[in-house]
Every structure is written in structure tokens, then in C-alpha cells.
Design a binder for this molecule. Structure first.
Ligand code: 6R9
Length: 630
């Protein structure tokens, strides 16, 4: 907890500029928060009434611990609120997405065009036999085509399951298999650092033994595949769009009909399929986008996340579109072709709201203050942070060098499971560097011990949410027991799996994960997932993985590996093991360090005590070893 103690000392408050407070949707956080807690259902109902429903709810919430139904019996379609509603309200020619890449190519898609593309693809999916409730895996570059694919599924009530395109064959296969996807939507490749990274071959390999996958819908980016190439199960994405009708009435979805599955790392080797439903997710992503980013009609908004993560789902696709703003989507990395590329685009497009991750900020910081100084960043008013704790040094750099003291920072804490922001300050409220801040409207949080007793101010404990909320996960796909665990770990509360502390003024500081989940460059990676990838290398008998503090990535991965009889440790073997992890899981999960060992510390029940490995590695107190085997 040394790092935490250090952070707790940071208590300086940064007040927002007057213009931001005066123009904000939420001018008085305290009173709106109070109102939202005094009558939570009335609060969410008021927000829900800003959106369109084919039929209104009988009841806002039906809470049958730990199962919730929000907007009971209401009917809507999220794409109707994200697209049709704006087209109907005179925004047909307003740009919805500006899809850009590393080379400065851009593609603008208006709300009218988006309606056309999504409707056609939706009809195309129907023509392939995909219907309401079917699962469709999406393995796409971070371009507007990915958003179109997601929205087309949502239009017809098919459940999308986006898999981050940085994942490799093994990770993709597990996800397609678990969801029993009927189709996979993919592209020939994605672009990164000027290189084409093939996607289609990975999909073909991943589905080789999965006979329930009936179709691959392929975005042939360079029209390089000839007609003969189209086998009976491969359909061309744009041909399907072109050949389908543009009239596709949205499927009437119940508020509780599933919208998507998104896999996230847990404490076992198998990822959890977090399930989100329609109505509550729509209301909460709409509300938080509006209030936390203070989105206004003419704002240019840019979230640098990838659609493969929850941040991309909620804050590239659904939340911003529900608010009808113009969003930028970029395919590529923040440092290519040069480390000022993001700031170049902020200037070029006049970005007002910018949302990124601490790992990116720390990386860009290293290139120096001169780089952002070259650009006009004066349009920025809200700067968001997400994915991991932002250290005060990075916070201040972001504030000074990007916001130039004129923009506010919102440090948004939330999870795949929560669907939307849970803890953050709103733009009109003073922020403290390194502390996410205050609970969102309708949300009550606490920091407690394992029994659920509240911790005194500034003491680190388990972060819990005390009430159900509209965008909460409804279950884990096919594994209700894993869902129930969130609510049973500390009875009565939702356990986030994070450690946190709350100061005397009620600002929450999230310190990090409490479980065996790593946070590498803001991405959640289960230690068990990496370990099982390592043992796929034929030379490896057993492996244990820990996270080590890393200045840029938050955590780096170190693996302790026991080799099988007959294999000798060598540098070359380390590289081969890294290759195995890259092939199975993808580059983000590759260990930075590998150490060969003869044995691993284990509990009597055979569980690897990663805590001990970590303590030894970092030269810390070993702590309780009573369960150690020997
Ligand atoms: C949105 C997202 C969730 C985990 C979460 C926590 C960490 C996210 C944070 C943060 C401190 C923040 N996390 N935002 N920690 N401050 N502002 O990242 O979802 O990929 O599911 O990760 O990320 O540890 O539990 P997800």
C-alpha cells in the first residue's frame, strides 16, 4: 500500500473555469446527486423520457436481488434513438462519424448515411438467416465499419460480441465458441504503425472446428479478393450492403432484451461474457455522455479507445450517438507517424471533448512538452481519463499541456460490468488529481472491509456499489454463478474487485485491482489467461504470472516458468514462449520478463501464491504464509 499512501497525500483541488460552469448541463452536482439518490427511479425516469420508446415502462425498476429489470415492459430500439431520432429531427446531414487513420485519410458518415448503411447491413444479416437473439461476433478494425456492424446487429435484435482485433486466434476462438456465434463480421486487415495486420486469416483459423459459424461477412478493404474467392460461407460486407434494401424498420426490443456480450478477464483462465441489455444501458450511456462530457449539439467529440473494449461500446458508439454529436474514430496508434498525431487531429477537427487512457498520456508525456505545444488545442473543454488510476504527475501534464489550464479533467471510474461511468467528477465540479472523485447520479458507493463494514476515511478497502443501476451487467453469458458472485462476495453489495479509499470530502481514489487481474496499458488481463497461454508452449510444464509496477503501462507482466524435463533454459526459449503467448492471446498479453524456476509457491490446496512471487520480486514483506505448502 506504499503507493497508495503517497497518492493519498495529493489533495489539491482544481476548480473549473467560470465559462464551463455557467454553460454546463449540470451546474450544481450536489443538489442533482441528492435528488437522484432520494428518488432514484424518478431520476432515471426523467432521463429515459428524453429518449424515444415504442412503449413506456410499467415500472422503472424490479429488483430481485441480485437480478434487476429496468424499465419493465418498455419497448424501444437503441439504434432508433442513436440514428433515426436525429434524422427525424433535422440532422440527416450532420456528420455522425469522422473515421480517420494514421495517414490522414478520412471518411465522414452523416446520420442520414449511417441510417442507410446500418439498415442495409441489417437487412443483409436477415437475408443470411440471422435473427433476433442470434449471436454475431465482430472482429474489426477501429473504423466506422465496426460501428455499422454493431448497430446493424442491434437493429435486428441480434446480440453482438465484439472481440478486440488485437487478440489472436486462441482468444478469438474461445469467445466465438462461448457465444456460439452464427456469423463473424471481419475485415481483411487492420492498420497499425503503417503496417497491415491481417484479420481474415485469423478468423478462418479460429472457426476451423466451430461448425455452428455459418457465415463470415468480410470487409474486403482493398478489393483484393476475386469473386471466385467468395466461398459459400464468405460474404462481402459492402456487396451485402449494396444489394440489400435501405428500409429496415427497427426490431421492437424489450428493455431487457440482450444488446451485446463483451468478454472481459476474470480470475480464471476463461473470460466472462458480460451481458448488457437494451433499455437501461441506453439510458445510462446517454445520461453519462451528456453530463460527464457535457456534450452539446455542436461538439466534436473524440474517444481514442478501440470499439473492442467497453469504452468503445459505450463512449464511441452508443452514448455519443444517443446524444447526436459528431465523433472521431481513429485507426492506429498515438505515436505514428509522429507523436503529435493526436494533437494534430485535435487541431484539425477542433475537438472539444477528448477521452483517453492514462497509459497513452504517460507515453506521450515522454516525448516532451514541445510536441503538444506546436498545436492549437484551444477548442478543448473536457479531457477524460479511463482504464486505470491516473497518477497525479500524468494528470497535471494532461491538465497543463493539453488542457492548458482551460479544460477540465474528468477521471471516470467504471468497468465492462457497469456499462457506464460510476465515479467521476462532472465538469462543473472541482477535481483532485489522482482521485476519480464522486459517485455518478443514482449511484451509491462505499469502501468496506471483507465483511462489508465501512472503512474510515483514507483507508484502503474494497470498492462496492450499494444499489442496482440501469446499465449494470445482467448476467455472465451461460454462467449465472459467475454473475451472482459479484453480489455475493460482500453480501448486499456489488463488489467491483478494486481497492479504493474515500477521503473526508467524499472523493474516491481507486488504487487498483484486488484480484488476480492485471492492468496492462489499461487493459484487463487475467493472470490465469496468460498462464494458460504460456503452458501451450510444449517446453513449459507450469507458469505463474504477476504484474509489476511500470511507469508507462501501469503494470508489466512477469512470468515464472517451470520447464518440462529435457528442456534447458535459454534466451531463445524465452522468445519462443513469448511468441506462443502472442499467437494465443495477442501482443498485449506478452510477458515483458520471463524467469525460469524449479518450483512455484503453492497453497496446500494447490493454488499458486502469486502474492509471494510478487512480494519477493518487489522486495516487500512476504506477509501471511500460513497456507503455503512448504
Ligand atoms: C472502463 C474500463 C475495469 C477496471 C476497473 C479498474 C480500472 C477503470 C479507472 C480504473 C482507476 C479509473 N479502471 N477506470 N481505475 N481509475 N478512472 O476500463 O473497463 O476494461 O472492464 O476495466 O479498470 O481496475 O475495475 P474494464
Amino acid at each position: 500500500m506504499e503507493k497508495a499512501d503517497l497518492l493519498l497525500k495529493v489533495d489539491e483541488k482544481y476548480y473549473p473555469p467560470k465559462e464551463i460552469v455557467e454553460n454546463a448541463w449540470v451546474k450544481d452536482y450536489e443538489s442533482l446527486y441528492k435528488k437522484s439518490i432520494e428518488n432514484r427511479e424518478a431520476f432515471y425516469e426523467e432521463i429515459a423520457n428524453e429518449l424515444e420508446w415504442f412503449q413506456k415502462w410499467d415500472k422503472v425498476l424490479e429488483w430481485n436481488y441480485p437480478y434487476a429489470k429496468w424499465f419493465v415492459n418498455a419497448k424501444t430500439n437503441i439504434t432508433y434513438n442513436c440514428i433515426d431520432r436525429h434524422v427525424k429531427n433535422g440532422k440527416r446531414n450532420k456528420v455522425a462519424f469522422i473515421s480517420v487513420d494514421e495517414e490522414g485519410n478520412e471518411r465522414k458518415v452523416t446520420y442520414g448515411e449511417l441510417l442507410d448503411l446500418v439498415s442495409r447491413l441489417a437487412n443483409g444479416l436477415k437475408s443470411l438467416g440471422i435473427k433476433k437473439g442470434d449471436r454475431v461476433s465482430i472482429y474489426m478494425p477501429n473504423t466506422v465499419e465496426a460501428a455499422i456492424a454493431m448497430l446493424a446487429c442491434a437493429r435486428i435484435g441480434a446480440i453482438h460480441s465484439v472481440v478486440f482485433a488485437g487478440f489472436s486466434e486462441g482468444a478469438l476462438k474461445i469467445r466465438i465458441d462461448d457465444a456460439k456465434a452464427k456469423a463473424v463480421i471481419t475485415a481483411t486487415y487492420t492498420k497499425r504503425r503503417g503496417k497491415k495486420i491481417p484479420l481474415f486469416p485469423t478468423v478462418k483459423e479460429a472457426i476451423r472446428d466451430l461448425d455452428f459459424v455459418e457465415k463470415i461477412i468480410l470487409w474486403d478493404r482493398d478489393n483484393e479478393l476475386s469473386d471466385e474467392y467468395e466461398e459459400h460461407n464468405v460474404v462481402d460486407f459492402y456487396k451485402l450492403i449494396k444489394n440489400s434494401s435501405k428500409d429496415c424498420p427497427p426490431e421492437i426490443q424489450d428493455a431487457e432484451d440482450p444488446l451485446f456480450i463483451l468478454y472481459t478477464s476474470g480470475t480464471t483462465g476463461k473470460p466472462k461474457g458480460v451481458l448488457h441489455t437494451t433499455g437501461g444501458y441506453m439510458v445510462n450511456t446517454y445520461m453519462t455522455s451528456k453530463y460527464v462530457f457535457d456534450l452539446k449539439e455542436n461538439d466534436i467529440y473524440w474517444c481514442t479507445a478501440d470499439v473492442g473494449w467497453i469504452t468503445g461500446h459505450s463512449y464511441i458508439v452508443y452514448g455519443p450517438l444517443a446524444n447526436g454529436v459528431t465523433s472521431i474514430m481513429m485507426e492506429g496508434v498515438p505515436v505514428y507517424p509522429h507523436p503529435g498525431i493526436w494533437w494534430e487531429y485535435v487541431e484539425k477537427y477542433g475537438v472539444n471533448v477528448f477521452y483517453t487512457a492514462p497509459t497513452a498520456i504517460r507515453m506521450l508525456m515522454r516525448f516532451g512538452d514541445d510536441i503538444p505545444a506546436k498545436y492549437d488545442l484551444s477548442t478543448l473543454k473536457v479531457l477524460g481519463s479511463v482504464g486505470e488510476p491516473i497518477n497525479p504527475e500524468a494528470w497535471l501534464w494532461y491538465y497543463k499541456n493539453i488542457g492548458r489550464g482551460k479544460a477540465v479533467i474528468v477521471d471516470t471510474w467504471w468497468q465492462t460490468e457497469t456499462g457506464a461511468h460510476m465515479i467521476t467528477t462532472v465538469p462543473s465540479y472541482p477535481a483532485k488529481p489522482g482521485k476519480a472523485g464522486k459517485p455518478m447520479f443514482g449511484i451509491e458507493v462505499a469502501v468496506v472491509d471483507k465483511q462489508g463494514n465501512p472503512m474510515p476515511p483514507n483507508q484502503v478497502g474494497h470498492l462496492v456499489i450499494k444499489n442496482p443501476w440501469p446499465s449494470m451487467l445482467r448476467t455472465c453469458w451461460g454462467e449465472p454463478e459467475r454473475y451472482e458472485k459479484y453480489w455475493n462476495e460482500i453480501p448486499g453489495y456489488y463488489s467491483a474487485g478494486d481497492l479504493a479509499a474515500i477521503d473526508e470530502e467524499g472523493y474516491v481514489m481507486v488504487v487498483g485491482r484486488a484480484d488476480d487481474v492485471l492492468s496492462v496499458a489499461g487493459h484487463r488481463i487475467g493472470t490465469a489467461e496468460v498462464e494458460s497461454a504460456i503452458v501451450e508452449n510444449h517446453a513449459v510444464a507450469e507458469a505463474a504470472v504477476i504484474g509489476k509496477p511500470n511507469e508507462i503501462k501501469g503494470e508489466s507482466i512477469k512470468a515464472f516458468v517451470i520447464l518440462k524435463e529435457g528442456y534447458e533454459p535459454s534466451e531463445e526459449l524465452k522468445e519462443r514462449i513469448k511468441d506462443t503467448v502472442r499467437d494465443v492471446l495477442g501482443p498485449i498479453a506478452v510477458p515483458d520478463e520471463i524467469e525460469f524456476v524449479d518450483k512455484l509457491p503453492k497453497t496446500r490446496s494447490g493454488k499458486i501464491m502469486r502474492r509471494l512471487l510478487k512480494a519477493r520480486e518487489l522486495g516487500l514483506e512476504i506477509g501471511d504464509t500460513s497456507t503455503l505448502e512448504e
